[in-house]
Design a protein around this ligand. Structure first.
Ligand code: NAD
Ligand code: ZN
Length: 358
């Protein structure tokens, strides 16, 4: 039976990030220096100028053009070891899912031998990671609340996180002011990650009352946000931040379904980013999720968001085979959605047809 862990501390509200220095001051530790991972978008921003960064701290900007790779996580660890900064008081991550996952992965790697690749899987991390603070600047993936950090091992093609209680943030600062600057399209795609995750869970076979409760509430908040006139109003950015956090808690207690495996196929074979990949996939999911397909399109229309079409319409046989393999490899979610004999339904021909429809 699961002995579930939640986030112990979180601070929520406009301007909450101003309290970062208090949290860091209160934290007792052997060393005083802090490591920051910050989304490259904030490179020269006021936000960075206002952070309580000290001379001895290390600041890294995280690129988001590519999603996290195990080799970059190892590299970040190596840099800290070289600079003798491998036992910080805290790791602070400020950004979207990619940056939040980077901070989590490095925190685990600094206290565990070996490389990031060695911990892709379930409960492989042996020692608690460095104390870490997560500060999301875009809402939807739930990376701030979840017990994983998604990374791709380019050599093996494996896209899998370090699923572990040690991957959960020790402290969150949820400040809805930080999501004001997100471009509208990106806000929609990433916000939809929590909606899609939760509808997949609720339509699945392996369920429990806790996962269901988090999912239902997250979906309700998404409806309020995306069916309203302005999805990015102050009140809606607050709601979406909470929907994302609940979605992250739901991930720890449930499984996804058909959408995420197809989206993972797009990501591994065509390098499509996670959240837009989910939205593109959803456009081909009417037969699996008819009610939600309709609602998803209503939300996109209401917000004036066009989801691009035709990404996998005209590919060669070899690429369709790759897409097929990187989709059906996700046995747990697919059997959650379609039963253990899902491969009888998802033949190469069928999977190809679905990709062509996207
Ligand atoms: P992201 O981190 O990929 O960033 C998306 C874009 O938004 C980037 O261009 C970034 O610079 C920009 N951005 C972020 N905040 C901004 C702001 N305030 N203003 C302007 N621009 C801003 O975004 P994401 O969609 O949150 O994350 C996707 C990643 O999350 C993927 O790597 C995926 O694998 C991972 N993920 C993790 C989990 C988990 O549980 N750990 C779950 C789902 C997805
Ligand atoms: Zn997702």
């Amino acid at each position: 039976m699961n002995n579930s862990k939640n986030i112990l501390n979180y601070m929520f509200g406009k301007g909450a990030i101003d309290n970062l220095y208090l949290i860091l001051n209160d934290k007792k530790s052997e060393n005083e220096y802090v490591i920051y991972y910050i989304d490259e978008y904030f490179g020269n921003s006021e936000l960075v100028k206002q952070l309580p960064i000290k001379k001895e701290d290390e600041l890294f900007f995280v690129q988001t053009k590519d999603e996290p790779k195990t080799q970059f996580i190892n590299k970040f660890r190596d840099l800290l070891v070289e600079r003798n900064k491998n036992n910080p008081k805290a790791i602070v991550s400020i950004g979207g899912g990619a940056t939040l996952d980077t901070g989590k992965a490095v925190a685990n790697l600094l206290t565990n031998d070996g490389d990031a690749e060695d911990y892709q899987g379930w409960d492989l991390v042996k020692n608690p990671g460095i104390y870490k603070i997560g500060i999301p600047t875009i809402s939807g993936t739930g990376a701030e609340g979840s017990r994983t950090c998604v990374m791709t091992n380019v050599k093996s093609g494996l896209k899998l996180g370090m699923n572990s209680d040690f991957t959960i943030y020790n402290q969150l600062i949820l400040d809805p002011d930080l999501t004001k600057s997100v471009p509208r399209e990106q806000y929609f795609y990433t916000g939809m990650d929590t909606y899609l995750h939760c509808i997949e869970s609720l339509n699945g076979e392996f369920r429990n009352a806790i996962g269901d409760a988090y999912s239902r509430q997250a979906i309700e908040l998404c409806r309020e946000v995306f069916l309203s006139d302005d999805m990015m109003s102050d009140a809606n950015r607050e709601k979406l931040m909470i929907a994302s956090y609940f979605g992250g808690c739901a991930i720890a207690n449930s499984f996804v379904g058909v959408i995420h495996p197809f989206s993972a196929g797009l990501s591994v074979v065509l390098d499509t980013h996670h959240c837009i990949g989910n939205c593109i996939t959803m456009n081909a999911m009417e037969e699996f999720y008819p009610k939600e397909f309709k609602e998803f399109n209503e939300m996109a229309k209401k917000q004036g968001i066009e989801i691009s079409k035709g990404i996998a319409a005209n590919l060669d046989d070899e690429t369709y085979l790759k897409l097929y393999n990187s989709t059906v490899i996700h046995e747990k979610p697919l059997s959650n959605a379609l039963g253990d004999s899902f491969k009888e339904q998802l033949t190469l021909e069928k999977v190809t047809e679905i990709f062509k429809r996207m």
